[in-house]
Design a protein around this ligand. Structure first.
Ligand SMILES: Nc1nc2c(c(=O)[nH]1)N[C@H]1C(S)=C(S)[C@@H](COP(=O)(O)OP(=O)(O)OC[C@H]3O[C@@H](n4cnc5c(N)ncnc54)[C@H](O)[C@@H]3O)O[C@H]1N2
Ligand code: MOO
Length: 390
């Protein structure tokens, strides 16, 4: 059995960063920017008023000063003339500041009667003018790779860039295997359960940036599994769930190898998730997850999400572990690296009572996987431990 770290290295060898594609800016949120974006304009493109008021010469601003209002500058419609001594231009937020003016007196500090303006209150020292290019200038870069947040999208829009180069989303085919499984909404037979992993993994992988194709559940027969693998064609990564262990109906290894899968490894020294397998099926990477629901999800966090991030070209494929203090003591660990379902709150981190790998209710309560090294000794309350947030 290999370590989690070695398994990750082998899994990373199975995938590489995908090509980029140009998409509409409106669809770009959450996608990974693949090439730097460079602004070709300044924002604002002119000195603009930041307030509603009057544009004047700063040297003339003082209480009781009087001006003649000679025109108006609105956002989108500049005043074409020049502001001379003793003159003011009515101006609104976002409007270009007219030539000759270098100060905007906010309207609350003034009184206008007909075309006569009087400053009634002492204006503050701020000019209320945003200089040209104060937000960004031609040449300002947004560097790739980067997950585009809503604020990035707004910035790119302000740069007048309607199409964005992003990493293509990896396509992942998910195959659940097992005669005992039916889809949510179907009526299970007396010995059947609902395929849950499929949906948890789909959600997890989509959140990480993948496109997920959920294939029909494969029965525990060679023919059914072969059909499912056939349907997975074209995916960047095929993920099977279940049938990975040593039972008579655990056929994933046999069938995938029969289809030409070059195995990269089988079994990891970890808990849960020991019977993980991986390899290459032609150009497609393949990962066989253990069927126990918690094992499948933990493997999703530890292995599949980093693989997706690597395919998306994200430099930091691994989510860094964090540190917290134990709220309660824990027993010594066994010989496998253990990812314990745990709850982190203000009092520290504590492991959930039942660590059985079938318990989705426990996983759903947890917000952390507490990471234990093989043979880690018993730990006391207050000891520092590492965890992966989930
Ligand atoms: N003799 C041994 N038995 C087992 C070993 C072992 O080393 N020797 N390993 C155990 C471990 S650890 C795990 S994990 C499981 C993994 O088994 P499989 O990958 O073959 O999974 P299945 O047997 O198909 O299913 C296990 C369990 O999970 C349920 N399941 C499967 N798929 C789904 C799904 N999509 N949604 C919800 N639940 C699912 C399935 O019904 C089983 O209850 O093997 C141990 N056995
Ligand atoms: O490793 Mo299994 O995944 O412990 O239940």
């Amino acid at each position: 059995m290999i370590t989690v770290e070695d398994a990750r290295a082998l899994l990373f060898d199975l995938v590489s960063p995908l090509e980029s594609e140009a998409i509409r800016l409106a669809d770009a949120a959450g996608r990974i920017l693949a090439q730097d974006i460079v602004a070709t304009r300044d924002q604002p493109p002119f000195a603009a008023s930041s307030m509603d008021g009057y544009a004047v010469k700063s040297s003339e601003v003082e209480p009781h000063a009087m001006f003649k209002v000679i025109g108006e500058a609105a956002a989108g419609r500049r005043f074409e003339g020049l502001v001379g001594p003793g003159q003011a231009v009515r101006i609104f937020t976002g409007a270009p500041v007219p030539e000759g003016a270098d100060f905007v007196v906010i309207q609350e500090d003034t009184e206008q009667r007909s075309d006569l303006l009087t400053i009634t209150d002492t204006p503050g020292p701020k000019s209320n003018i945003r200089s040209a290019g104060v937000d960004f200038v031609s040449g300002t870069k947004i560097t790739a790779p980067r997950c585009l947040r809503p604020e990035d999208v707004a910035l790119i829009a302000a740069m007048n860039i309607p199409k964005v180069p992003v990493a293509r989303q990896p396509v992942i085919a998910l195959i659940s295997t097992g005669d005992e499984l039916v889809l949510p909404g179907e009526t299970p037979g007396p010995d059947q359960i609902i395929a849950s992993n499929t949906f948890g993994l789909k959600a997890l992988l989509e959140k990480a940036g993948a496109k997920v194709r959920v294939l029909p559940i494969a029965q525990d027969t060679v023919a059914s599994l072969e059909t499912a693998f056939g349907l997975a064609e074209g995916a960047d990564l095929v993920v099977t769930i279940g049938g990975a262990s040593v039972g008579d109906y655990d056929l994933v290894s046999e069938v995938s190898q029969g289809l030409g899968m070059e195995r990269s490894f089988y079994k990891i020294r970890m808990r849960p998730g020991k019977p993980l397998m991986a390899g290459r099926l032609g150009k497609t990477a393949m990962v066989g997850l253990p069927g126990n629901p918690v094992s499948a999800m933990v493997c999703g966090y530890l292995f599949l999400v980093p693989m997706v991030r690597r395919m998306l070209g994200i430099a930091q494929a691994l989510t860094p572990l964090q540190r917290a203090r134990l709220a309660e003591p824990i027993d010594k660990n066994g010989p496998r690296e253990h990812y314990m379902r745990a709850i982190l709150n203000d009092t520290g981190i504590r492991v959930c009572d039942d660590q059985d790998s079938s318990l989705l209710s426990v996983l759903a309560q947890a917000n952390a996987l507490l990471v234990r090294e093989p043979n880690d000794p018993a730990r006391l309350a207050g000891d520092e431990v590492q965890y992966l947030p989930i």
